[in-house]
Ligand binder design. Sequence first.
Ligand code: 0WD
Ligand code: CA
Length: 353
Amino acid sequence: MQVASLPLPPTQLPPPPAYRQPVLVTTYSHLPDRRLEAGDASMAYLRPGGALPGSDLEYGFEDRIERDEALEEHLDGMCWALRSHDHPERKGGVVSWRGMMTRIMTAPFEDREGWEMRALALGGSVYLEQWEEREGGQSSYKAKNEAQWALQGYMGYAYEAYATVPEAEDGPEGWSGTVNTNVQWCNVVRSAIGDVPILIGGEVDCVRAPVGAPNPGLDATVELKTNKVVDSERADRIFLKKLLKHWAQSFLLGVPTVDVGFRTDAGILESRHEFDTATIPDLAARGGAYWKPAPCLHFLYAVLSMLVRQVLPTDPVVTGAADGLEGGELPPAHLFSLRFTPRHGVELVSLGE
Ligand code: 0WD
Ligand code: CA
């Protein structure tokens, strides 16, 4: 049963609702064996000057350690980290991964890839997560991940290994050790778009601080990216499109710097460039990009406020369905599906309990 839908916004719009400066709530770390730990054990430090030009991004491919994608973690890590943070701001809003917010925000300019998410209300918040199976089809996430682990995807992780400070020097100069995708440092922030409070968790690549310094806060965080050297008009167009995703992703979490390493087809790092997240939209506009931030912010607000309006009233704690349950027993939650179709918009479908 479809309960609501939203078309994409027109291109001429009034000023968008404000996005509140994100405030760090807590951090947690996935260790090399994927175990969770509160705090900054997996926080990496940006190498002064960044990755060295000439670094071979194919190095270490055979030795990589991959996270077990068969384990479905949902929002578990973030909820675990928030278990002792019962902020009142958390109520009445949306809790999710930053990656989900990025997808919603960039949807007005996404003309190829659709997506589906699941939403439910519990204890005063809407929880939103990725949904991988689409209409009985194969899990697109798994397929994507296998393909991603081709050399191309690996080079992004290798760039992280070169751009951060090694714990022990082995391998080529600047290499900080075997790529292990179990290891993640996650920051949970609170913010709001217009009047909708949000709590988002996201992976942060590294911080700019002296090695061993305690967590310097969001202002010192850096997002690392790799890109092929931009040496043609076509490559330039592709890069301008990618800048939308880079901007949205870092803007949402309050990461002020995006460090892009430019590599050759053969995986050799040629140069790097630091972009200020805040000025990426102007830079992209000057470069002739077709995207603008305003429709993104309008759409994020429209979708999140639709979720709050439609999903929050089904909260079993609010409806009384949670009454009389034993501690630890989960009340029946009402599930919703949020689906995006490129060039059309999103629809919210009630799946029932
Ligand atoms: O459906 C799932 N199982 C998802 C889990 C979907 C999205 C995220 N996650 C988990 C991740 O395991 C991690 O704990 O959420 C956390 C990070 O989320 P995020 O920051 O919201 O993710 P996103 O902004 O989409 O991507 C940030 C980085 C990526 O780096 P680049 O530079 O390519 O954007 O997180 C990594 C990836 O390195 N990443 C993931 N790592 C493992 N499993 C995943 C994933 N599913 N998605 C992104
Ligand atoms: Ca990255």
